[in-house]
Design a protein around this ligand. Structure first.
Ligand SMILES: *Cc1c(COP(=O)(O)O)cnc(C)c1O
Length: 544
């Protein structure tokens, strides 16, 4: 069974077979073979896309890991392309996770439009390297154009601004990164370099290091402020940038999971009065938190930053594309005040893994991260690698630019609106069921809820604190079990997280987390998912 896709005769690695993998298919037979393989990829995966979702126990992870323990590379080829593709489709895909299922509503990775596979293939076939013009030419120019298109959606500057900057070799409106993590890192890198910039007798933090920067700027510590619901990539950035990840300071969210502005202001004045001389490098507002999908009050945070001359970063990795919906873009009101904005391509732009972006209001701001090697980059060249954390990278801009052409902003808006509106209906459905409790209502298309049977609800409403904690712990166990059993059953997948506070109290609350981005996820599917959870609960914990 295992070796059915293996070649019957021994393969050898020789120059002739090697060259066959490089020379373009000249004759019809060779072409037909390659087309056949593409067909196998596009349609052979179809079965996979119709099977179970999530990590099922059909074959446990332990069994799988035991299958993959051979650490030797064979000297001669083990298989031909056709055999390898068949293996990937028949042996690997069934044990991967079917994130494209409309019943897979647990994560920010979901179905992508089919054309993305074609676009990704073109990008691989062209194999441009956007680090410099000499390996990308027109692609670098297109990247600048698409960056300007999205910049315009965020900042809405006038025509002459975009005419001046769209192809300006001296300025940058942003850059592509591999993901949101590197976009946030880039934004905070720029913020740090700007806030701890050169001054008399000091050539800047990037050149002289953090200690010299603190001496020159007469401080002992620098910090970044963000709500407790901030993404953990910000902590990584704190570590990498020498700020220290314990100096990425969490501000309590309010009852609606948005940053509490009063606590934020108190923290700022506490820092100003502190005997340890401290600089606030940036305040981060989140447009769509990873756990609850809520949007911080961006306008107010922006005003606080302007008042205090602090860099304002908006982490819109998740929520950024909501700007394309005229119906809902008011939810991100104030984003235009941000000095920098992170948006992920592989989330709500529905691009394939992996693609992130970071934008800057001031087209000169990225000058603070110029890395210049005379032998590579000529002054005034379009080499995008001059202001970029990454070195070599793929032409993701071609995918985004093409997708925007195929979808139109209205097409994206329809996807976004479906997610937000379906999440609202789902919230109503949850609230109408006695065994469930809606924990964080959806602002965008993410919500959290838990199983909380009526008897629990009644008692929670009136009991003392120790009893409340006891009941919540019991509910945590119930929710963990039901989530796990549902995942193992393999029909649907909802993720699970632990919220650190609930109803203004610091308490660990285990919740189901639901992300609705697949346009095929309709309310009837969500009802099925709740039915299944109810059934598992009744079966495991009795009906009482
Ligand atoms: C997903 C996410 C990130 C990190 O993005 P990656 O692409 O996973 O690196 C950062 N911030 C928020 C709010 C996110 O949702």
């Amino acid at each position: 069974m295992k070796n059915q896709n293996r070649p019957s005769k021994e393969l050898v690695a020789d120059r002739q077979s090697l060259m066959r993998t490089f020379i373009r298919p000249e004759n019809t037979a060779a072409r037909d073979t390659l087309v056949k393989y593409m067909e196998q990829i596009l349609f052979g995966l179809h079965d996979f896309l119709n099977t179970h979702v999530g990590i099922t126990e059909e074959v446990s992870l332990k069994d799988l890991s035991e299958r993959y323990t051979d650490t030797h590379i064979r000297e001669n080829p083990e298989n031909k392309l056709a055999g390898v593709i068949t293996d990937l489709i028949e042996e690997i895909a069934p044990h991967a996770v079917n994130v494209a299922s409309p019943y897979f509503i647990g994560h920010m990775t979901s179905a992508i439009p089919f054309f993305m596979v074609h676009l990704k293939t073109i990008v691989a076939a062209l194999n441009q390297n956007v680090v410099k013009l000499e390996t990308s030419k027109v692609v670098s120019v297109i990247e600048k154009q698409v960056l300007a298109k999205i910049h315009r959606v965020i900042y809405r500057k006038n025509n002459s601004f975009y005419d001046e900057h769209v192809q300006n070799t001296q300025t940058s409106l942003g850059c592509f990164t591999e993901n949101g993590t590197l976009a946030n890192l880039t934004a905070l890198w720029v913020a740090r370099n700007t806030q701890l910039g050169p001054k008399e007798g000091f050539e800047g933090v990037d050149k002289e290091g953090i200690h010299a920067a603190y001496v020159a700027h007469d401080i002992e510590r620098s910090v970044v402020l963000v709500s407790k619901l901030g993404h953990f990539s910000l902590k990584k950035a704190g570590g990498i940038l020498g700020i220290g990840n314990s100096n990425i300071i969490s501000i309590e969210p309010d009852l609606t999971s948005r940053i509490d502005l009063k606590s934020l202001k108190e923290k700022i004045s506490e820092i100003k009065k502190s005997p340890v001389r401290t600089k606030i490098i940036a305040i981060v507002g989140i447009a769509g938190t990873t756990e609850t999908g809520t949007v911080d009050p961006l306008r107010q945070i922006g005003e606080i930053c302007a008042e205090n001359r602090i860099h304002f970063h908006v982490d819109a990795a998740w929520g950024g594309p909501v700007l394309l919906s005229e119906k809902y873009n008011h939810l991100l009101d104030g984003i235009g005040l941000a000095d920098s904005v992170t948006i992920d391509g592989h989330k709500q732009f529905y691009m394939p893994m992996t693609s992130g972006m970071v934008y800057f209001k001031d087209p000169c701001m990225m000058d603070s991260i110029i890395y210049h090697a005379n032998y590579v980059n000529r002054l005034g060249s379009v080499d995008l690698g001059i202001k970029s954390l990454s070195g070599s990278r793929e032409a993701n801009s071609l995918i985004l630019d093409s997708a925007l052409k195929i979808m139109g902003s209205r097409g994206y808006a329809l996807l976004i609106e479906h997610g937000i509106e379906t999440a609202k209906s789902f919230a109503e459905e949850i609230e109408s069921r006695p065994d469930f409790e809606l924990v964080t209502p959806p602002e965008l298309n993410i919500l959290t809820y838990r199983i909380c049977p009526e008897a629990f609800k009644k008692e929670l409403g009136k009991c003392r604190e120790d009893r409340r904690r006891q009941l919540n712990e019991k509910l945590n166990d119930i929710n963990m079990s039901v989530q796990r059993l549902q995942r193992e059953a393999g029909k649907s997948f909802v993720s699970r997280t632990t919220l650190k506070s609930y109803k203004g109290r610091c308490e660990n609350i285990v919740v189901m987390r639901c992300v609705i981005m697949n346009p095929l996820t309709e309310i009837n599917i969500l009802r099925d998912i709740l039915d299944e959870q109810e059934e598992i609960y009744r079966h495991e914990f009795g009906s009482g």
